[in-house]
Design a binder for this molecule. Sequence first.
Ligand code: THU
Length: 160
Amino acid sequence: MNRRIELKVSLEVIQKKDWSEEENILISKASRILEMAHAPYSGFLVGAALLLEDGSIFVANNQENVSFPVGVCAERAVLSYAMGNHPKLRPIKLAIVAKRKGEKKNATVTPCGLCRQTINEYEVKFGHPIELLMLNPDGEILKASGIDQLLPFRFTDLNS
Ligand code: THU
């Protein structure tokens, strides 16, 4: 008999009045840095703020290129910088905020597939989930407890 493997995923929706102080800081830092994104081709500005275990916060935005695939997402930019400079500090939370150029309202955003796999890499490296905070256009945080909620059948192991 064939078997079926099912995984259940969920996101928590957190209204602004219930945001923690830390969530507030991360979302506002991501919102601020997206304004400096280099996104002349898509006009889609993304900011990411990463909290490390020592309390330090790093920010980055998307950097596009006239040769489109060369562009880098905000999430991978911030993870590469922070992990390159602080390889021993565990990443705790990653906030992501997006906006279309010229608009006031935020855009819906969740990390792309490449970024999901990159987030997975650092979860595996540190043996701990990274909480993901995504601002939606209604000003709520969509919170994923870890990348397993966005990438359920993820690739983690070359040897199994
Ligand atoms: N982008 C990000 O930086 N992060 C995401 O989570 C989604 C997409 C960027 C890539 C590209 O520069 C632009 O947004 C449009 O896809």
